[in-house]
Design a protein around this ligand. Sequence first.
Ligand code: ATP
Ligand code: MG
Length: 198
Amino acid sequence: MSEQENKHKQRQQKLKESVDARIEAAQEEKGILLVLTGNGKGKSTSGFGTVARAVGHGKRAAVVQFIKGTWECGERNLLEKAGVDFYVMGTGFTWETQDKEKDIAAAAEAWESAEKLLADDTIDCVMLDELTYMVSYHYLDVDRVIQALNNRPTMQHVIITGRACHRKLIDLADTVSEVKPIKHAFEAGIKAQVGFDY
Ligand code: ATP
Ligand code: MG
C-alpha cells in the first residue's frame, strides 16, 4: 500500500470511529417535529416522501392541507389508496376567494381536524401541509398550535411545511430544513405541470 493509500485508510478509519461513536450516543427515540420551510421547491414533496416512508413501514399517517389548490394533488391520489386520511381546507386560497372571514373559518375547521390527529396516539405521523401561512396571516394563533404540538403523543412525528415559518415553531422543532431556491422553471415561463408540480 502506498503512503497516500495508507493515509486515506487512516483518515477513513478515524471518521468511521467518530460516526460510530455519535450513532452509539444517539439513543433516544421520540416523535420528531420536522419543519420544511424556505422559498425553494421541494417542501411538500419532501413531507409526502416522509409520509410514504412511514406508510411503507406499516405506520399510520394523516395529512391536513391548509391550502386547497385549484389542482388535484397527485400524492393524495396515491396515499389515500394506501390508507392515509386527508383533510383539505374547505375553501380556496385568499387570492382566489378574497373573503377573509371565510378563509379564517376554513382555517379554524382544518385546524380542528389537526388537533384531533395530534391527540390520537394511533396516528404515527401527521403532516400539516402549508400550515405556516395560517400562522403568518394570523388565521391561527401560534400558541394554540404550539400547545397541541406539545401535548401530542410522545412517539408521534409531525411534519410542518410552508414558507416563512414562525420563529416559535422553528424553536420548538427538532429538525428544520430550509429549501433554498437556486432557480425555478416558472421564472423561465414554464408552467406548473401535472405529475411533476402537483
Ligand atoms: P412542492 O409541492 O413541489 O414540493 P413546495 O411545497 O416547496 O413545492 P409551495 O410553496 O408549496 O412549494 O408551492 C407549490 C407549487 O409552487 C408547486 O407547484 C411548486 O412547483 C411551485 N413552486 C415552489 N417553489 C417555487 C418557486 N420558488 N418559484 C415558483 N414556483 C414555485
Ligand atoms: Mg408546498
